[in-house]
Design a protein around this ligand. Structure first.
Ligand code: NAD
Length: 246
């Protein structure tokens, strides 16, 4: 039996996958949630056997939230941490015919999905005496970016949702925080990195002169989830190489 367990959404790729590896390496039982069944299959067995349990589901659906919390309790007997990381992006020209439908989908995954996640894990955490929730926001929630209005709006929304949710759950000993990654080399940003030269050009715009790595964001998430952050709630930890510092 593991001493602690975590639910991680968007677990099959990028930052979520790095979180699965980090939490599993530190002894957590992991419920790994993603839409991508093949990606989850590739993940299982990499950290260690039965310690990582896959769940195929869409975070914008309430049944996924219910199922992931229940699976943690069934398999590990407890739920200590939730990393609500699943998200979608994509620049969106205002004049595109389907722009509002795509806005709806971005909000459904990035905002509704986080609300469902919080509502789903709180009862199990409360029953266990407390817990920690970490939401993956974005530096894009702290600034406007050309063509990125829908994603910018969704990530700004979750940053403020985290503040309010932290107030509502602080007395229950559930801490709720966010990380705000800057540009990170994951499949989400692959289309911006089709050529090495464009990757390098973007990197030069970042004060630290390079893209972030998924494991660096997983480390920030780990910190906020850990007892080392025991007096931190309602905050957003920016991990962006200085991108939004000026
Ligand atoms: P990624 O595309 O590599 O991984 C995202 C994962 O989420 C994928 O496995 C995908 O299948 C899954 N997913 C998407 N929609 C889902 C849904 N409805 N239900 C369940 N799973 C779903 O992306 P990433 O870069 O690792 O991004 C992770 C988080 O970090 C996202 O919230 C993203 O907005 C945020 N972020 C990323 C960057 C970056 O530069 N990569 C920067 C800032 C914030």
């Amino acid at each position: 039996m593991v001493a602690s367990s975590v639910v991680i959404t968007g677990a099959a790729s990028g930052i979520g996958r790095a979180c699965v590896e980090l939490f599993a390496a530190r002894g957590f039982g992991v419920v790994a949630v993603d839409l991508d069944e093949a990606g989850l299959s590739a993940l299982i067995g990499r950290p260690a056997s039965e310690q990582v349990v896959p769940l195929v589901g869409d975070v914008s659906r309430e049944e996924t939230g219910t199922a992931m919390a229940q699976l943690a309790l069934d398999r590990f007997g407890r739920l200590d941490v939730a990393v609500l990381n699943a998200g979608i992006g994509g620049t969106l020209p205002w004049e595109d015919a389907d722009a509002i439908d795509r806005l709806d989908r971005i909000l459904a995954v990035n905002v509704r999905g986080v609300a469902i996640g919080i509502r789903s894990v709180v009862p199990a955490m409360r029953a266990g005496g407390g817990g920690a929730i970490v939401v993956t926001a974005s530096s894009a929630g702290l600034q406007g970016e050309p063509g990125n209005w829908a994603y910018n709006a969704s990530k700004a929304a979750v940053i403020n949702m985290v503040r309010a949710a932290a107030l509502d759950h602080a007395a229950q000993r559930i801490r709720i925080n966010a990380v705000a990654p800057g540009l990170s080399e994951t499949p989400l940003t692959a289309r911006h990195r089709t050529e090495p030269e464009s990757t390098a050009a973007v990197g030069r715009r970042i004060p630290m002169q390079r893209w972030g790595q998924a494991r660096e964001h997983a480390a920030a998430i780990w910190f906020l989830a850990s007892p080392e952050a025991s007096y931190i709630t309602g905050t957003t930890l920016v991990a962006d190489g200085g991108l939004t510092a000026h």
